[in-house]
Design a protein around this ligand. Structure first.
Ligand code: GDP
Ligand code: GDP
Length: 456
C-alpha cells in the first residue's frame, strides 16, 4: 500500500469502516406530537420530509442511518402514523411494540410541558416488558425554566430524564451521549431472543394480498412451531420455526403476515414499519410479488428496503396459476424494466394456491445466502482487478487516467469491497466493476457494496 501512495493507517481505517456488520438499531417512540419527528430530523441532521407530512400521506421511509461521536446506528422513526386509527392508546402501543421489537435501544420521548400521561404510562409498561435499554427524552425543554418539568419525569421510573429541545437542539448532545452508551458496541447478538447462529432467519415480505400468509401456510403444513411470543400486548407468535427441504428455518415476524389488526387509514405506514422490522431481524428477504397485477411502485419500495438493509434477496413471483399468455408477456417486460436493479436476485415462480414450484424456494434461498456470505481472498481479488484495469481502463479525464490500484473485501453479509484508486472513479466505471465482480465471483442474491478511496 505504501508504495502506491496510501498511508497504511488510511488503508486500515477504510477497511475497518467498510467492514462494519449490521448497525445497532435505535427506536424513537412516544405519543403523537411529543416531538419524535422533530427529534429524528435533528439526529439525522437533515430534513427528510418527516415533519412536513400531511395526515394520511403514506410515509414508507421509517429507518435512517445516523451518526454521533463516530458511532453509527440505525434510527427507526414511529412518528408517521395517524393516531385516530385504533384509538390513541392502542395505536401508540402498537407502534412502540413494533419499533421496540426491532431495536437494540429505545429513546422514549415525553412532552415535558404536558407531563406523563396515561398513554405514556402504557408505553412505560411495554418498555419494562421488552427489557431493552431506554433513554428518557424530556422534550420541549426550550429554556432553563423548563428544567423542573423534566425533573418531574423521574416519576416514570425509567431513570434520568434528559431535558431536550428537539426544536432548538438544546440538550440533544448530552442525550445522544447517553444513547451511544445504551447501544451495544457490537451488533446485537440476539434477535427476538434467539442467539445468532441458530436457524437461518427469513423475512417473508410483500404488499398486502400478494399471498404471504397463503405461502406461509403452504410451506408450513402442520410442521409449524412457535418459537416465541412478545410479552404482554399480544398473543400472536412472532417467529416460527418451519422445516423446509430438510432444514429448519426461522420465519421472522409472522404475526405481521397474519394481519391481526385491520386498518384502513395508516395501514400503509403500519405495513412499512412492520416490513422494516422484519427485514432488520432477517438474513434473507423473500419478496413476494403478485403476478396477477402489474409490478407496482410499492413492490419496488419493498425490494429497495431489503436491498438497502443489505439482506440476501429472493424474488418469489406468486399466483403463477393466474397467468395467461398475454399477462405473461407483459410480466416479463415489467420484470426487465421495474426490477432491473435486482437482476442478480434468484427468482422463483410459484403458486401458494396449487403448491407449484414450492420445492424451488429453498434452493433459491440457499443460493442467496451463499452469495451473501461469499468472501473473495485478497490475492484473487487483486489478480482480478489487475486484469480488469488493464483490459478495460477507466476513461481519461483532464489528461489523467484514474486507476484502481488495489482492493480488498472488508466484510461479508453482504459483501463489502474497498477499492483504492489514483483518482476519482466515475459512476459508470463503478457499475462496470460491480458487473464484472458478479460475473467473476457470483454474488447471486446479494447486494454488494463498493466504496472507493482516492489517494490524496
Ligand atoms: P411527533 O408527532 O411526536 O412526531 O411530533 P412532531 O415532531 O411532529 O412535533 C409536534 C409539534 O411539537 C410540532 O409543532 C413541533 O414543532 C413541536 N415541537 C417538537 N419539539 C419541540 C421542542 O423541543 N420545543 C417546542 N417548543 N416545540 C417542539
Ligand atoms: P397476504 O396479505 O400477502 O398475506 O395475502 P394472502 O395470503 O392473504 O392472500 C391474498 C389473496 O390471494 C387470498 O384470497 C388468497 O387466496 C389469494 N392467493 C394467495 N396465493 C395465491 C396463488 O398462488 N394463486 C391464486 N390464484 N390466489 C392466491
Amino acid at each position: 500500500a505504501a508504495e502506491e501512495g496510501f498511508d497504511i493507517e488510511d488503508v486500515e481505517g477504510a477497511i475497518e469502516e467498510a467492514g462494519h456488520g449490521p448497525l445497532p438499531v435505535l427506536a424513537v417512540v412516544g405519543r403523537p406530537n411529543v416531538g419524535k419527528s422533530t427529534l429524528v430530523n435533528r439526529i439525522i441532521g437533515r430534513r427528510e420530509a418527516v415533519v412536513e407530512d400531511k395526515p394520511g400521506v403514506t410515509r414508507d421511509r421509517v429507518t435512517y442511518e445516523a451518526e454521533w461521536s463516530g458511532s453509527r446506528f440505525k434510527l427507526v422513526d414511529t412518528g408517521g402514523w395517524e393516531q385516530d386509527v385504533l384509538g390513541i392508546d392502542a395505536s401508540v402501543a402498537a407502534q412502540a411494540e413494533y419499533a421496540i421489537e426491532a431495536a437494540d435501544a429505545v429513546v422514549f420521548v415525553v412532552d415535558s410541558t404536558v407531563g406523563a400521561t396515561d398513554t405514556d404510562q402504557a408505553v412505560v409498561r411495554l418498555l419494562r416488558k421488552a427489557g431493552k435499554p431506554v433513554v428518557l427524552c424530556a422534550n420541549k425543554v426550550d429554556g432553563l425554566s423548563g428544567e423542573a418539568d423534566a425533573t418531574a419525569l423521574w416519576s416514570l421510573g425509567l431513570g434520568e430524564p434528559h431535558p431536550v429541545s428537539a426544536l432548538h437542539g438544546r440538550g440533544t448532545g448530552d442525550m445522544l451521549d447517553a444513547v451511544i452508551e445504551a447501544l451495544p458496541e457490537a451488533p446485537r447478538m440476539t434477535f427476538g431472543g434467539a442467539v445468532l447462529g441458530g436457524p437461518r432467519r427469513i423475512a417473508l415480505i410483500g404488499r398486502p394480498n400478494v399471498g404471504k400468509s397463503s405461502l406461509l401456510n403452504k410451506v408450513a403444513n402442520e410442521d409449524r412451531v412457535v418459537v416465541n411470543q412478545i410479552a404482554g400486548t399480544t398473543r400472536d407468535p412472532v417467529d416460527e420455526l418451519i422445516q423446509l427441504g430438510g432444514v429448519v428455518w426461522k420465519f421472522v415476524d409472522t404475526a405481521g403476515i397474519r394481519k391481526r389488526v385491520h386498518l384502513q387509514q395508516g395501514a400503509d405506514y403500519y405495513a412499512s414499519l412492520r416490513t422494516a422490522a422484519a427485514v432488520e431481524k432477517a438474513e434473507v428477504a423473500v419478496v413476494l410479488i403478485d403476478v396477477s397485477e402489474s409490478i407496482s411502485v410499492q413492490d419496488q419500495r419493498i425490494v429497495t428496503m431489503a436491498v438497502e438493509a443489505g439482506r440476501a434477496l429472493v424474488l418469489a413471483f406468486n399466483k403463477w396459476d393466474t397467468l395467461d399468455d398475454e399477462r405473461r408477456y407483459y410480466l416479463e417486460r415489467e420484470i426487465e424494466t421495474e426490477l432491473a436493479q435486482v437482476a442478480w436476485a434468484p427468482r422463483v415462480n410459484v403458486s401458494a394456491l396449487t403448491g407449484r414450484h414450492m420445492e424451488k424456494l429453498v434452493p433459491a434461498i440457499e443460493t442467496a445466502i451463499e452469495g451473501w456470505e461469499t468472501r473473495v481472498p485478497t490475492g484473487r481479488l487483486n489478480a482480478f482487478l489487475g486484469e480488469l484495469v488493464s483490459s478495460h481502463p477507466h476513461p481519461i479525464r483532464g489528461g489523467k487516467q484514474p486507476r484502481i490500484l488495489f482492493g480488498t473485501q472488508a466484510g461479508t453479509k453482504p459483501p463489502r469491497f474497498v477499492l483504492f484508486a489514483s483518482g476519482f472513479i466515475e459512476h459508470g466505471y463503478r457499475r462496470y466493476v460491480e458487473r464484472r465482480l458478479r460475473e467473476e465471483f457470483g454474488f447471486e442474491g446479494t447486494p454488494i457494496h463498493i466504496s472507493v478511496r482516492v489517494r490524496e
